[in-house]
Design a protein around this ligand. Sequence first.
Ligand SMILES: [Zn+2]
Length: 253
Amino acid sequence: MIEATRNNIPIVDLHCHLDLFPDHVELVHECEQKAIRVLSVTTTPRAWPWNRDLNANSRYVRVGLGFHPEIVAERPDEIKLFERYSYEARYIGEIGIDGRPANRHSYELQRKVFERVLDICAEQGGKILTVHSASAVTPVIDSLEKHFPTSRGHVILHWFSGNLSELQRAKKLGCYFSVNPAMLRSKRGRDIVASIPQERMLTESDGPFLTVEGRPARPSDVFIALRELGTLIGKSPEEVSSIVLRNLRKLVS
Ligand SMILES: [Zn+2]
């Protein structure tokens, strides 16, 4: 199997919005060519069918059925579409709760929809969730505890920004953590990331929302996360890549 990427290091991007890039189709093709493993998350259930069809024969790109917390208030009725498509989706995301000031007005609705999503996923079982928890880590963990028994699937907390006690709670729930370069920019961020157990560590780009060098991050930019994670935990990018790949295999097996 060819796994050629930057410096020939295998890249795993567990959270990227491929469908929000203007060159979406080319980008899917690029990930296939370079054997970059991507979880392409979506923001609305309505985006599911064409993303699913576009990637039907992908070897390295998987698609998540999403209902983004910042969009829930605009179209709460799409929960019905979410439920309908959920039977064909193994990967779920982006879902979650956003507690930042701009989204406080819809907080209760977000929580309700997120918990409904968790109930649907728990009932079906075997799904892998990528979860948003910006300024809402404690409520997200509370909802997971109440609505998503650990035996019913796997949870990846994307762009985790909680504190150490929240990290402990999430660890107890068996959560994985997908790390992007932005999380490593502050000392606080690095301290938290350094406390993530290596067997739960994954990587992400969160492109195009996250930017690197002034442009939207692409899956290949996960290399930056590998390099900086390596510096943080005293390993080479190659070693970090092996850890992430091993975790991915465990997650999907
Ligand atoms: Zn995202």
